[in-house]
Design a protein around this ligand. Sequence first.
Ligand code: FPP
Length: 249
Amino acid sequence: MFDFFKNSKPRELETIPKHIGIIMDGNGRWAKKRMQPRVFGHKAGMDALQDITLMSSNIGVKVLTVYAFSTENWSRPEDEVSFIMKLPVDFFDKYVPKLHENNVKIQVMGERDRLPKETLKALEDACQLTKNNTGLILNFALNYGGRAELTKAMKEISEKVSQGILTTEDITEKVISDHLMTSELPEIYRNPDLIIRTSGEIRLSNFLPWQSAYSEFYFTPVFWPDFNQEEFTKALEEYSHRQRRFGKV
Ligand code: FPP
């Protein structure tokens, strides 16, 4: 179906990343280039997200974690924030039925407190509808920030130590991982194998700082709404040639 597969050697097929994290950047600039308001870019970004999710599901990716809104994004103009907060409502009507048909399970991680009620409801409905699906997990990082996640985990762990539920010696990497927001994912797929960032920015911006310790990174100048199947194939191809040694020789 995809050129990547038609021309791939068996080794490349074995190297499909199981968990991919995506920083979907460049929606605003994409819209500006077309002399449209920034929110037009976010709408187009949802189409790109749908295509990449369906392709990921077809090729056997297990988890796709997408950075949809960071804890720092609240400082954007109010009308843009409120537009982004309405996206999950559109998402539920327009995109979820097809994802559900494709056995995709939707999950959300991030601080829920500050999200508007309708946003939360649309997301919860999507999670509820797809909760028994067994295919790809589409994991939205929404109002997510990596440092906030680590701070919360440290507070929870120290609380357990002060209550005598855990001792200091009990604190292992696994215990820390169990207290992060990715603990809702199947344990073997918690950490992304590959992180993609579009739009030419070369940084993580507080996205999965713990979980990305051994991730491969792929940066492309392409703006997120233009990140199509062909661009995704380039990222997968490049990943398939990387050698992951996890600190070994
Ligand atoms: C970054 O582009 C993009 C965002 C902050 C929002 C991305 C959200 C989606 C694509 C849809 C999410 C869907 C749901 C259901 C929540 P930017 O605005 O930073 O672009 P710029 O860097 O060009 O300004």
